[in-house]
Write a protein that binds this ligand. Structure first.
Ligand SMILES: Nc1nc2c(ncn2[C@@H]2O[C@H](COP(=O)(O)OP(=O)(O)OP(=O)(O)O)[C@@H](O)[C@H]2O)c(=O)[nH]1
Length: 507
């Protein structure tokens, strides 16, 4: 198999991996079978592994089958012109179709910065899928490549989340990832509504590996919150990063502790698997959290063999050794056993999201008639008012599509932003700050008004006192004038009695 794609380095020091090891085993075995060797050569031995092989076969067989070979091996099956045409061939035809179309698989790696996500991805695919030297300065980066098999291809996307949890305030750091996953679903729904669907881009995330710090003691709140949010949107698988930093006992206890935290916090692992692929869930549940050691270097082990591993002062670690590292088992879980399960269960989740979103769009259209939150033309208003039945949506049949056109992606993006918890919290925070500020100003204003009143009161009192003083002075003046008049009349001996009476009346 050869990887194709801009970011895969061609000077990879090793032969391209058995990334889908079951896949390549099976290719080999099929080839041997076609050359006359027995197919049992690659049959898994235990019933459990046989089950796994069967689960992955829809992808694997399809890709490995020689298309020229007749389908029905069973002599009793109905045939036409000697070729098998019975319905028992339908599953194989489906496999061929799958093989022809290839599979698109998107894997997200999340977790706090520096836990070895990049190193793990590059060791998982034995190629420099993510350039460790030149990391893009974005919270989410998608790396795409195509892995080609003999008769099929796997379009692989890896989503890296560099620098996660590096902010001072990480309250909403998880939102970037959750937004990204939701947006890919939303974007796919709208692409499906386009007339030309040949160029659709499918970036929906099928699985998320969540890297946990190898502390040996609990999980950070940030990790718990983020895993909770991710688990309802994507098949989540927790892994303990840098497991070489823990001893055997520490690792065992840490695994138990993580399982307990995840149970108490009600975080669903591979939530979409539900019951209908219970065996697959068991596979993952028996192993999780996978403890991994990652490395892109080759070292010599005790036997002098070249293995992918890490070199320490005291010796070496082979990351593919299942005795102390779950790297290999995780690789098999993802690609050999449950690739199809991960893709199909995400498809089911997508269908639920799709129908939920269409319902939301219809309800939004109904609200627009009363709230005017979306600008509608008169024609659109008339259509919504007269032709749509919002009580029984099913009744509208194809008319619903006209409604979906009115409430388009731009409007739904706006709705998504308005529902965004970060947006809501920030809005509440802004409102709280505004209220605080206005309350403070109102208090200031009240104090100022009170002090003005008091000053006014003082002034009034002063004015009253001055008036009082003025009145007293006036009386004193009148007294003096009266005394002056009396003095004058006594001197003249010709007192005019009428004048005297008048003066008395005035007083
Ligand atoms: N001891 C040990 N070190 C590891 C392991 N995996 C990676 N490292 C080292 O950890 C360091 C950080 O690794 P990266 O792969 O860059 O970590 P990252 O999670 O991608 O970091 P960000 O991109 O910042 O999010 C490197 O020096 C790696 O060599 C491991 O399993 N064990």
């Amino acid at each position: 198999m050869k990887p194709k794609g801009g970011r895969l380095s061609t000077d990879c020091p090793v032969e391209f991996p058995t990334i889908i090891s079951g896949f390549s085993d099976e290719v080999k075995a099929r080839k041997q079978a076609s050359q006359g060797q027995h197919l049992d050569a690659y049959q898994p031995k235990s019933p459990e592994s046989r089950h796994r092989r069967q689960r992955s076969s829809s992808f694997v067989n399809g890709k490995c089958r020689n298309r020229d070979a007749p389908f029905a091996d069973d002599k009793n099956s109905p045939s036409l012109n000697g070729q098998g045409v019975g319905i028992e061939n339908l599953p194989r035809q489906r496999e061929l179709l799958n093989a022809k179309n290839g599979i698109h698989f998107t894997l997200m790696v999340a977790g706090q910065s520096g836990l070895g996500k990049t190193t793990f991805i590059n060791s998982l695919f034995s190629a420099s899928l993510i350039d460790e030297g030149i990391k893009e300065d974005k919270p989410i980066v998608r790396y795409k490549s195509v892995i080609e098999g003999d008769e099929t291809h796997l379009r692989l996307s890896v989503i890296d989340t560099p620098g996660f949890g590096n902010n001072m305030d990480n309250a909403f750091t998880w939102r970037t990832m959750v937004n990204y996953i939701d947006e890919e679903i939303r974007s796919y729904i709208f692409q499906e509504e386009q007339p030309d669907r040949t160029k659709m881009i499918d970036d929906r995330v099928h699985c998320c590996l969540y890297f946990l710090k190898p502390t040996g003691k609990g999980i950070d709140t940030l990790d718990v919150v983020t895993m909770k949010k991710l688990a309802t949107r994507v098949n989540l698988i927790p892994v303990i990063a840098k497991a070489d930093l823990l001893t055997k006992d520490e690792l065992r206890n840490f695994k138990t502790e993580i399982r307990e935290i995840i149970r108490v916090q009600d975080i669903s692992i591979c939530y979409f698997f539900g019951n209908h692929v219970s065996n697959a869930t068991q596979d993952i549940f028996q192993q999780y959290p996978f403890s991994i050691i990652a490395s892109n270097e080759y070292v010599l082990n005790d036997k002098g063999e070249k293995v992918k591993g890490r070199q320490y002062k005291w010796g070496t670690v082979d990351i593919e050794n299942e005795k102390y590292c779950d790297f290999k088992i995780l690789q098999k879980t993802l690609f050999d056993w449950h690739l199809i399960d991960l893709v199909e269960t995400t498809e089911e989740y997508y269908e639920k999201c799709r129908s939920e979103m269409l319902r939301t769009r219809l309800l939004k259209a109904r609200d627009c008639l009363t709230t005017n939150s979306v600008e509608l033309t008169e024609k659109q208003k008339k259509f919504l008012q007269e032709e749509m039945n919002f009580e029984d949506i099913e009744e509208n049949k194809l008319k619903n599509y006209k409604c979906y056109e009115i409430i388009n992606k731009a409007i739904m993006d706006k709705v998504a932003t308005e529902w965004d918890p970060e947006f809501i919290t920030r809005q509440l925070e802004a409102k709280r700050k505004f209220n605080e500020l206005s309350n403070r100003e109102i208090c200031k204003f009240r104090d100022w008004k009170r002090s003005l009143f008091m000053e006014q009161e003082n002034f009034n009192q002063e004015i009253e006192e001055l008036n009082h003083k003025l009145e007293n002075l006036q009386l004193e003046c009148q007294d003096l004038e009266y005394k002056l008049l009396i003095g004058k009349s006594a001197n003249n001996h010709s007192t005019d009695s009428a004048t005297l009476v008048n003066v008395h009346v005035k007083r």
